[in-house]
Design a binder for this molecule. Structure first.
Ligand code: PMP
Length: 360
């Protein structure tokens, strides 16, 4: 069986044991004579799947009782609209931190619905660092503060979550949810598209503090309203059933491996291997400021665009795929989410070394 190391930013690798289990259960799930894809979302078997998925996620992230977990659709991009529409009930203003392309999109969307202030930005240096966010910068009357904890395209991540006091903190955690331990109680809302650390595309996870549910604007579309999904246990309409099932398998895999704490150790080790090599390399370097580097998405460049292109092509031949950087930044990017095995990163570093010695 041919499996390559896929360094894609998303959809990205899934753990092989998860795919194999899904394969075993594909045609006849638990003797039902049906695939999970064919099960009614109101059936007892699916109810068990969605409840277990929620329970496992609660356990893995230590989600407090006063938070709801919602399984919705529309991607993280839909949350760019859902967040202001749900939370602008009080003052209609919010503070955003601009740390890259995805933050910018979130800001642009929120601007349609209220007063948005950008309180910190790293655009002055091509988003190669995470700006300081101090409590004193925050408008105490803002309905929320929004950050992107990990910037998938630029390869930066917050190493310290800003303290926003009584103003709820909203985080787009699409590309680093479940990769390291976080304290959920620091956040009002956490949202993430599934297609990196959770499962297949089509599912979006929203974790929301109960007091932030039910305060949406009148005009908030029913499908975007957190109350709709919270009241109905994510079963207001047909949820992405198969993606939820796959997420459950990923959560089981992660739990078995030792949970988020253990995963974080492995993730730090994987990222460190790449960053350490780049420190000593005379060909490859990271454009990102040291204290702002992501554990999940690692952009790097060589000496020229031609060499970058040759690297991406030759790496592909060696079974290391999707290493081309995002079109907006160029160069290369290795996305090494939870499902990327250590061996994948070892192979990448070995290949980089070989490439460097050939092109010195
Ligand atoms: N935010 C971040 C940080 C992302 O990485 C992405 C997707 N790569 C998105 C938002 C958009 O997610 P979706 O495609 O699920 O709408």
């Amino acid at each position: 069986m041919k499996r390559i190391y896929n360094f894609s930013a998303g959809p990205s690798m899934l753990p092989l044991p998860v795919l194999e289990k899904a394969q075993r259960e594909l045609v006849n799930y638990r003797d039902s004579g049906m695939s999970v894809m064919e099960l009614s979302h109101r059936s007892a078997l699916f109810t068990e799947i969605i409840q277990e998925a929620e329970q496992l996620l609660r356990e893995l992230m230590g989600i407090p009782e006063n938070y709801k977990v919602l399984f919705v659709q529309g991607g993280a991009s839909q949350q760019f609209s859902a967040v202001p529409l749900n939370l602008f009930g009080t003052n209609g203003k919010a503070d955003y931190v601009n740390t890259g392309s995805w933050s910018k999109k979130a800001i642009k969307e929120a601007e349609k619905y209220g007063d948005i202030r950008v309180i910190a930005s790293s655009e002055d240096a091509n988003f190669t660092y995470i700006p300081e966010v101090e409590g004193s910068m925050i408008d105490r009357e803002a309905d929320y503060v929004h950050i992107t904890t990990n910037n998938t395209i630029e390869g930066t991540a917050f190493s310290r979550i800003p303290d926003t006091g009584n103003v709820p903190l909203v985080a787009d955690m699409s590309s680093n949810i479940l990769s390291e331990e976080i304290d959920v109680s620091q956040f009002g809302v956490i949202y993430a598209g599934a297609q990196k650390n959770i499962g297949p595309a089509g599912l979006t996870v929203v974790i929301v503090r109960e007091d932030l549910i039910g305060i949406a604007q009148e005009t908030c579309p029913v499908m975007l309203n957190y109350k709709t999904h919270s009241d109905k246990g994510s079963l207001y309409n047909t949820p992405p059933t198969y993606a939820i099932y796959m997420a459950k398998l990923v959560f089981e895999w992660l739990k078995e491996l030792g949970g988020v704490k253990e995963m974080e150790k492995i993730n730090r080790e994987k990222a460190q291997m790449l960053y350490d090599y780049m420190e000593e390399s005379e060909l490859f370097s990271s454009p990102v400021k040291k204290d702002s580097r992501s554990l999940m998405n690692i952009p790097f460049v060589s000496a020229s665009d031609d060499l970058n292109a040759a690297f991406v092509d030759e790496a592909k031949e060696a079974g290391l795929e999707t290493l081309k950087g995002h079109r907006s930044v160029g160069g290369m990017r290795a996305s090494i989410y939870n499902a990327m095995p250590i061996d994948g990163v070892l192979s990448l570093v070995a290949f980089m070394k070989k490439f460097e010695s050939k092109h010195k």
